[in-house]
Design a protein around this ligand. Structure first.
Ligand SMILES: [Zn+2]
Length: 67
């Protein structure tokens, strides 16, 4: 099994977080690599992170306080 190497976009000048997933480079797996070419980026965290909870804040609790 070949480990999946994730290519992240380099943080902007002066920045510490990757431009693709806004994660500090220090918190990413050491096996991950970085590039300045957006075409080479394989990180998909940003894409999955925008998935919106469609629950609309509806409470899972149907009961009311008896007091
Ligand atoms: Zn990333």
């Amino acid at each position: 099994m070949t480990p999946q190497i994730v290519v992240h976009e380099m943080p902007p000048p002066g920045g510490t977080c990757t431009a693709c997933c806004l994660t500090p480079t220090a918190e990413l797996p050491v096996a991950d690599v970085f590039t300045r070419d957006p075409a080479l980026v394989t990180c998909t965290v940003r894409r999955t992170a925008v998935t919106v909870d469609t629950d609309c804040g509806e409470s899972p609790f149907g009961w009311t306080d008896p007091r």
